[in-house]
Design a binder for this molecule. Sequence first.
Ligand code: PGA
Length: 258
Amino acid sequence: MLVRKLLVAGNWKMNGSIQSASSLASGLLSAIRDGIGYDVVVFPPFVHLPMVAHRLQGSHLQWGGQNVSAHSKGAFTSEISAGMLKELGCQWVLAGHSECRHYGQESNELVAKKFAQALGQGLMPVLCVGETYEQRESAETEAIIWSQIDAVLTEVGVAGLGQGVIAYEPVWAIGTGLTATAEQAQEVHQFIRSHLAVKDDIIARRMRLLYGGSCNGSNAEALFSMPDVDGGLIGGASLTVEDFMAVCQKADKLSKGE
Ligand code: PGA
């Protein structure tokens, strides 16, 4: 049986200052001991990355960028390349977060190009997918999610996709306090995994599928206990050591089989 290590990822979004990000990173470092059975990644704002990288360097905690350019270099004012992230010791990057899809009008095709750029630098992209409330109501959830994944498959193939992680983040659950039930999450995760299995069964079984959307210490255990949920992408509950640790403790418990 293939065992998928749980992954708890903190998406700090556009929050904090150099000082607060520094104490958050240091706090996590002392709260999360070495030798844990799950992975932890944080996604600070770009400008806090050098400081976070400095704090976490050589530790068991990993970090990444919240977005990446679809281009490798050149006249793309305001953009950050995968190579620049790599230089800061990032191992991870988010691709296609719903806020970037929405506010930045990032299309499926653009997100796929970003995913490819990340792979080109050896970064692990977290492909974020998810439906809006209206799309769920009109039974379009699976079609929307598959079109978001399919664009990446077209760009990098199933082997490329398999080098990253997929985060299912229903748009209606992000930052709203409305969480998908563990069963709703499992249903979509199972859909994703079974559709990937048609392309490549081993990759589908190995690939980690995270849940995101108002995930916190109170619902993480139920969500992470689902057979196809391999951790979470945490926004609001990743901004304090206490809240993030409440989620990590559930991952710790489950990773020990308790
Ligand atoms: P949330 O955000 O936990 O605040 O809902 C999750 C995300 O957007 O990654």
